[in-house]
Design a protein around this ligand. Structure first.
Ligand SMILES: [Zn+2]
Ligand SMILES: [Zn+2]
Length: 342
């Protein structure tokens, strides 16, 4: 075994002894030699892993004559760190590699990154719920996926999601209800499943910035902006833009052949927003020619008939989601098929 190999194998052995299994990953090449060393680095907070708000993956690619040549190091999956901090760490890491040419450097790098993380062990950026930052004194929570929220905000997010989940469940007909399909809270940033104790989070005070925020004042600047928007609106209208609220209201729903011909008029204001110009132009491609969408100009014909299918479970207000409308209708037809086959 060459001297180089020994320096490297000693280093790897030391890393394996120091780091926990889930903090270290060594990728070997097809000759069984270590090629990439990946370490998950946390700030030092003693035993208290609950108060680690940041982390980053240090990825070290070993070049063939490492440690006499410097490895290629990158920082991946930074959590709770802003871009500038990551850049700064990267710069220091590169300098350290330069300094340590000829000597094993990975442990040094880990320590260096850990120092940085320890000093910036406060979530940077904003809470994705209230869009305010984190202040000293704010109560905040770190999810399993290392995203941060004010505890107050996270509780509000979970409570609201559960409420809307339950509402969706209540809308389902009995035969479709699945009691085993329980609500799962998801991270508001990455949608990973998270577990959190809402009852304790909810007692946290609202974020300081939210509390300190002043009420809305219509400043001159805003008035000027409103004036510009009003002009833009008139312009868009004259160009056939689609944000004309009145025109939106008299727009039409698509009808398809398997919808029954129950054409009771519906008040326009409650029904028509489901369809946009977009879906009207896209839809025909997916349909046989005889299933045309109808372009009547007054009341639309569909929302009532759809309601009849599903009785009181589906109020027509629930069909108002723009764009999702035709997907939902499609799903409903499938469900309907299910239902009749039972
Ligand atoms: Zn917040
Ligand atoms: Zn997340």
């Amino acid at each position: 075994m060459s001297i180089l190999d020994e320096r490297l194998t000693d280093e790897i052995e030391a890393l394996q002894a120091i780091l926990l299994d889930d903090e270290l990953r060594i990728v070997e090449n097809d000759r069984g030699e270590p090629e990439v060393v990946e370490a998950l680095v946390f700030p030092s907070t003693g035993e208290d892993s609950e108060s680690q708000y940041v982390c980053v993956k240090l990825n070290v690619t070993l070049v063939p004559n490492y440690p006499d040549a410097k490895p290629i190091v990158s920082l991946r999956n930074p959590r709770g760190l802003d871009e500038d901090t990551v850049k700064k760490i990267q710069k220091d890491v590169d300098a350290k590699c330069e300094d340590f040419i000829g000597q094993p450097v990975i442990f040094e790098l880990i320590e260096l990154v850990r120092e940085h993380l320890t000093t910036s062990n406060l979530p940077t950026g904003q809470c994705a719920v209230c869009l305010y930052g984190f202040r000293d004194g704010d109560k905040f929570t770190k999810t399993e996926c290392y995203h941060h929220f004010h505890s107050h905000c996270l509780a509000a997010h979970v409570v609201a999601s559960e409420k809307s989940y339950n509402e969706e469940q209540d809308k389902l007909p009995l035969w479709q209800k699945d009691a085993t399909n329980k609500f799962q809270a998801l991270c508001a940033v990455c949608r990973e499943p998270i577990s959190c104790d809402v009852s304790s989070l909810i007692s946290a005070p609202p974020p300081l910035d939210v509390e300190a925020a002043t009420g809305f004042v219509l400043t001159q600047e805003l008035q000027e902006m409103q004036r510009q928007m009003a002009e833009l609106y008139v312009y868009q209208q004259s160009r056939g833009g689609i944000i004309d609220i009145e025109a939106e209201e008299s727009k039409l729903l698509l009808t398809t052949e398997d919808d029954p011909v129950d054409e009771r008029p519906t008040p326009a204001s409650t029904s028509v927003t489901t369809t946009s110009n977009n879906s009207a132009t896209v839809q025909p491609k997916q349909q046989p020619p005889q299933q045309q969408h109808h372009s009547q100009n007054h009341n639309n014909h569909n929302s009532n008939s759809r309601q009849n299918h599903h009785g009181h479970h589906h109020g027509r207000n629930h069909h108002r989601g723009r764009g999702k409308g035709h997907v939902r209708r499609h799903l409903e037809r499938i469900r309907q098929g299910d239902q009749t086959s039972r």
